[in-house]
Design a binder for this molecule. Sequence first.
Ligand code: FEO
Length: 181
Amino acid sequence: MHTLAEIFIKHCIVMISKKLEEELNKQINAEMYSAYLYLSMSAYLAKENLNGFSHWMKLQFEEEQAHAMKFFQYILDRGGDVKLEKINQPKLSWKGIVDVFEDVAKHEQYITGLINDLVDVAIQEKDHATVAMLQWYVSEQVEEEATVSELLDQLHIIGGKGSGLFMLDREAKSRSLSLTK
Ligand code: FEO
């Protein structure tokens, strides 16, 4: 016996495969973990009196939640089931601002790898709608990696301290969020 909603979905939507549904659910978890990691960095940076960078990380936390929600909505739109898993505890402390951004750079490279793997699965499953949806994330990762790499270069130039750090922290404070993409 099917509910009306199930009958509607069955006849109106090409449903997502179970394999892809599972992989997209894993990505919700990865994006939520990213959010958690950046929130942890935000707390650490506030303790270090780097309030501009702490603000920057808080926005990063919000951006990652938005990434997770895009996957959440997509799974529902395709008639799939959202399965939320436990979010692992992130690291709580770093050796300084350079250490923080080195971790961000490594983490974003890891996420890029996950997105690329997802595209591979969508192609294998011949799911063109998911391939198209994922292109947004492919571009987003290029942007994120470039932003972090530029910040990391600047932090290396100033040696992660002194008046240079004071200036960068002030700049970081002026970051605003655009979640409309
Ligand atoms: Fe959602 Fe920073 O990747």
